[in-house]
Design a protein around this ligand. Sequence first.
Ligand code: NHR
Ligand code: GAR
Length: 208
Amino acid sequence: MFKLVILISGYGSNLQQFIDHIEAGKINAEISAVISNRADAYGLKRAEKAGIPTLTLDHTQFSTREAFDHALAKEIDNYQPDLLILSGFMRILSDGFVKHFQDRLINIHPSLLPKYKGLHTHKRALQDKQSQHGASVHFVIPELDAGKVIMQGIVDVKVDDSEETLANRVHQIEHIIYPKAVKLLLETQISKEQMPVKIYLEMSAKQS
Ligand code: NHR
Ligand code: GAR
C-alpha cells in the first residue's frame, strides 16, 4: 500500500477527490496525514470526517521560512510518504525542503504551464484571449511552477466566460487529472520522457 501525505491551506476540493478515489478502491494508497498551515482550512474537516490524521503547523508561529519548512519536513518524515502532494498549499517552499522531497513532491497549478506561472491565472488567460486553458500537475523544484509537467487537463475557453465560469471549468478538470496523475506515478512505470500526459475535458450539453 502506497502512502501519501497531503498539504493544504484551504477548501480542499482536490483533497476530497483523493479521499473519494481511495475509498472507492481506485487508487491503492492510504493518506497518512493531511497537514495545513492554516487552522481554519476547511480541508481539515474533510480529512477528519474520513478518519485521516490531521495537523496544523501555523507558519506565522515561526520566525523564518526555513524554520517553518524544517518543522514541516520533520513532521512529514514521520510518515515516510511515497508521494507528498500539494493541494492548494499556499506557502512557497525553500530549496532545502524541495531537495529533501525531490521527485516525490508534486503540485497542481491552474494553468497550462509553462503559460501563466504565479497568481491570477484565469484572469490573465482571459485577457490574452486564449482559446484553451487548464491545469497542470508538475514536480516541484525550487523555481516556482517550473518543474517537469506530469499531466495537463485542457478546457476550451468560451467567448462569454467570466473569471468565475472559467475557474469552475478548470476546477472540474483538476479534479479529474490530479487523481489520475497520482495513480499513474504510483502504479505505472511512466518515465519523464512520456510526460506530459494530456487530458481534454469533454463537456456535456449541460455544462456547456
Ligand atoms: N515551492 C516551490 N519551491 N516551488 C513550487 O513550484 C511551489 C512551491 C510551493 C507552492 C504551489 C503554487 C502554485 O501552484 C507551490 C509551488 C503559493 C505561492 C505564494 O506566492 C506561489 C505559488 C504557489 C503557492 N505564496 C506566498 C508565500 O509567501 C503566500 C501567499 C498566501 O499566503 O496567500 O509563500 O501556484
Ligand atoms: C486549485 O485550483 C489549485 O490549482 C490552486 O488552488 C486551488 C485549490 O483548491 N492552487 C494554487 O493556486 C496554488 N497557488 P482546493 O483547496 O479546493 O483543492
